[in-house]
Design a protein around this ligand. Structure first.
Ligand code: FBP
Length: 329
């Protein structure tokens, strides 16, 4: 079962479908193959290291980041499915070139997640989020992007690890397709992924501990206590690439966190490019995505690059974490 065929079989479930959505997902899978090709030979070609360009978050843009950003934009700009795009690497929205038709969807993407791990050949990823436009027609506007995550019509990520997997949902279950370079196709390998109700692994950068608030300190302390009936103490795993830490959490259960702290009250992760799409995927796999107070998907975005604390994982684990964060435990 190739990703291509799966997309078309899903389309048949919607008698009034125009094929635009399938076309959009097809173009995304092509972009993923092009990025995979560059990632897989990164050590051999001059694509490691940084450009001399700073992104909107003040980070030096990595060459592979820039390559992935341009590749995704060029793969998506001419299909006629999109009215607008926005990328984590670009301050402003990305318009569809005048010589191409516009469509009814909006794409937001993080071209390469885990940029601090690129040069060390550690798992990295790409993340995407798709909405239907809210404006009538023609070129899209910022308003088309700033929609609460619950309105996404699709979200996914591509993990470039020991193998490359395309994971996505359109609201009909979460499915994973592993790339087989010998046939050049993503093949169904993880159908209808369901996250365990509770796990035994927690994932957080404890290097920020000194700046943490009492709630998160107490919660992590709770995970380290011994209590076999609740699988504690939990094991700590942290790759430093959200896609990698989230993918493991989706399959094994537990919790991935990037809390706010005294230095960064809103944490580090971006609502539109990272937290919304991953929370949409986790919720459709039976998990939960929270900022500690509410569902990530209920947050009304105010700006393209806003950040939010994130607590993502098995439903029971995230709910217990919220109780600690809200001082109820
Ligand atoms: P990029 O998208 O710029 O890579 O930043 C996000 C990220 O790398 C996440 O993938 C990861 O979870 C987090 O930052 C790691 O941050 P830290 O190094 O502070 O733990």
């Amino acid at each position: 079962m190739t990703l291509e065929r799966f997309i078309h079989e899903e389309e048949r479930m919607y008698p009034r479908a125009t094929g635009a959505f399938s076309g959009l997902l097809h173009d995304l899978s092509l972009a993923a193959k092009l990025v995979w090709r560059e990632v897989s030979k990164a050590g051999l070609v001059n694509i490691l290291g940084a450009t001399d360009r700073m992104n909107v978050s003040g980070d030096l843009v990595k060459k592979l980041d820039e390559f992935a950003d341009e590749t995704i934009y060029r793969a998506m700009d001419h299909g006629g499915h999109l009215c607008l795009m926005a990328s984590e690497e670009n301050e402003d929205v990305l318009h569809i070139p005048d010589n191409y038709p516009t469509g009814k969807y909006v794409l937001l993407y993080d071209p390469l997640d885990g940029s601090s791990n690129i040069d060390a050949n550690i798992t990295i990823g790409s993340i995407f989020s798709v909405f239907k436009r809210t404006t009538e027609s023609g070129k899209g506007t910022l308003a088309d992007c700033l929609q609460p995550g619950v309105r996404q019509v699709a979200a996914g990520y591509i993990i470039y690890g020991s193998s490359t997997i395309f994971v996505y949902t359109t609201g009909n279950g979460v499915h994973g397709f592993t790339y087989d370079p010998t046939v050049g196709e993503f093949l169904l390998s993880h159908e209808n992924i369901r996250i365990p109700k509770r796990g035994k692994i927690y994932s957080v950068n404890e290097g920020n501990y000194a700046n943490w608030g009492e709630g998160i300190k107490k919660y992590v302390g709770y995970l380290k206590e011994s209590d076999a009936s609740t699988g504690r103490p939990y094991s700590l795993r942290y790759i430093g690439t959200m896609v990698g830490d989230a993918h493991r959490t989706l399959l094994y259960g537990g919790i991935f966190m990037y809390p706010g702290d005294r230095k960064n009250p809103e944490g580090k992760l971006r609502l539109m490019y990272e937290c919304n799409p991953l929370s949409f995927i986790f919720e459709h796999a039976g998990g939960r995505g929270s900022n500690g107070k509410q569902r990530i998907l209920e947050i009304q975005p105010k700006s393209l690059h806003e950040r939010t604390p994130l607590f993502l994982g098995s439903e029971e684990d995230v709910k217990i974490c919220e109780e600690f964060l809200q001082g109820n435990r």
